[in-house]
Design a protein around this ligand. Sequence first.
Ligand code: NAI
Length: 328
Amino acid sequence: MSDTMTVTVTGAAGNIGYAALFRIAAGDMLGEGIRVKLRLLDLPGAVRAAEGTAMEIEDGAFALLDSLDVYDDARAAFDGTDIALLIGSRPRSKGMERADLLSANGAIFQEQGRAIADVASDRVRVLVVGNPANTNALVAAENAPGVPGERFTALTRLDHNRAIAQLGKHTGAAARDISRVTIWGNHSATQYPDIFHARVGDRAGADIAQDRDWLENDFVPTVARRGTAIIEARGSSSAASAANAAIDHVHDWVLGTPDGDWTSVALRSHGEYGVPEGLVCSFPATSDGGDWKVVEGLDLGEFARARIDASVAELVAERDAVRELGFA
Ligand code: NAI
């Protein structure tokens, strides 16, 4: 990794952008020694607000911050970028059909994929946060000829962190003592949070999973529906925890995952675990600071297989819909 990295954040005027940008400027994402050139992208109507956020970042007087620019044009914002956090997307509005949502986002991520292919650094790494994140990442990847498919990822680290938190609450263990949790599938209510291969201190996750009532009726639905529970409680969707997860994702990608552990990343499938090639599906993955590598060879029981298959079926349907719309 070079000692200066260019980072582009889309949706910079939004809630997750606000929570993420200060931590990126402070060095939480790329490490203490790495200087950052920050590029903020938002829609023309939100640029004024993004400039306000930029003024606050300036007022942080961050030692690692080399430059800070605000754009309303994707090509300008991605020029030379090393890390692209694609947070901005079109939210579902009242009365909007699923096809309309996929269509609106297909157009955004098609344009951004093309711009990244044309102007980003040749070592660019992309994290899609904006929903539907997995399929938006697929659209961006398919529209970025010349950029290796594995450079496009989508965020399931928030689900992963939520799973660790729930497992910690149930067992009384601290997050630091929990490893090898996995989120499989889509970043949606069909995701499958898997603790069968986890370690909780000296205990095996499979042992904890023997409490089937807790696993099936509490743990899995609590993790999968946590986003909705937060909207109901806060009146707006998860922002700081999503920003924190995006920072964890990029941190572990560029600096490596801890020895003996893995994380969850939505990556383009090469057919691992029977997931159709090309889908952006969440898998257990490690990084040595270069590319993500799917952890292979985990035994999946019937319980896991059925849930993974259901989530993958949803990803197939989303992919087919964006293909039909001409975005992939
Ligand atoms: P927000 O509505 O506060 O901000 C979104 C920002 O994106 C707005 O400033 C908007 O103007 C901008 N934007 C929209 N289209 C854009 C485009 N084409 N180019 C650049 N900017 C654009 O939303 P928030 O809370 O920051 O969430 C952002 C996205 O992240 C949403 O899609 C949300 O569903 C998703 N999300 C994903 C999570 C995950 O785990 N994958 C977790 C939480 C949220």
